[in-house]
Design a protein around this ligand. Structure first.
Ligand code: KIV
Length: 270
């Protein structure tokens, strides 16, 4: 299969990710938080970079993403975008930074205008907020399934959507986000069968993390797949440094495994 702009440094847009879905080309995505890794990820040909609020854990050493502020996110998004050439950049709106549509718009604007993000991601079915941001011209990525910003309500990081009622709710919310104008969706820690159904039903690309191989693309936390996280690697992640002579080779191996639908295997799915 011909891959979109594979050898080019032309920046990818959301339209390119949409075309990849339509052509059945898997979308590769990794988190990054600084310029050096941004450059390496670009060199490896990864399609999208998520400046995730997971930086609260892997960069700042907190037990959750909750302490991360909008200023932290803007700073790291800016570091990443400075060195970016081709990858599509998504940045997280952190906990409590989108409590109302107006607050969300002010914070999303910082991620775009100062941080250089092309799209912002927010957790949960915040339909009115998504609609408002999209009306203002800010592209939005939804995030359903396991919502790490709800850890104090959830109690632990667990697979979501295991019961028929829960699965139906997530499927409904995915449609609501798409209808509100979200143009990308991250599905975290849900059964592979549910993620497959959502990816098939939605027109927008669905990027999975712990959501099986049938999503339109995959994302992993960079430090987990390089096996340098200070916390235990989640079951759905994989150590791509195993057998790789360098960090660059590990990222290339991940990119190829995603493109060829070799990752995630059953072992890394629910
Ligand atoms: O913050 C992050 O890294 C994320 C991924 C887990 C999808 O949101």
């Amino acid at each position: 299969m011909t891959q979109i702009s594979q050898d080019s440094t032309t920046p990818l847009s959301i339209n390119d990710l949409q075309t990849m879905k339509q052509h059945g080309e898997k979308i590769s995505c990794l988190t990054a938080y600084d310029a050096s890794f941004s450059a390496l990820i670009n060199k490896a040909g990864i399609d999208a970079i998520l400046v995730g609020d997971s930086l609260g854990m892997v960069i700042q050493g907190h037990p959750s993403t909750l302490p991360v502020t909008i200023n932290d996110m803007v700073y790291h998004a800016r570091c990443v975008s400075q060195a970016n050439q081709r990858a599509f950049i998504i940045a997280d709106l952190p906990f409590m930074s989108y409590t109302t549509p107006i607050i969300a718009a002010k914070n999303a604007a910082k991620l775009v205008q100062i941080g250089g993000a092309q799209m912002v991601k927010l957790e949960g079915a915040r339909i009115e907020t998504v609609r408002f941001l999209v009306e203002l011209g800010i592209p939005v990525c939804g995030h359903l399934g396991l919502l790490p910003q709800l850890i104090n309500q959830l109690g632990s990081y667990q697979v979501q959507g295991k019961t028929p009622v829960d699965a139906e709710r997530i499927l409904t919310e995915a449609h609501q986000l798409q209808d509100a104008g979200a143009t990308l969706l991250v599905l975290e820690c849900v059964p592979a069968a549910l993620a497959k159904e959502i990816s098939t039903q939605l027109n927008i690309p669905v990027i999975g993390i712990g959501a099986g191989v049938h999503c339109d693309g995959q994302v992993l936390v960079l430090y987990d797949m390089l096996n340098i996280s200070i916390t235990k690697r989640p079951r759905f992640s994989k150590n791509f440094m195993h057998n790789a002579p360098s960090i660059e080779e590990a990222i290339i191996a991940y990119h190829q495994a995603v493109k060829q639908a070799l990752f995630p295997s059953i072992e890394h799915s629910f």
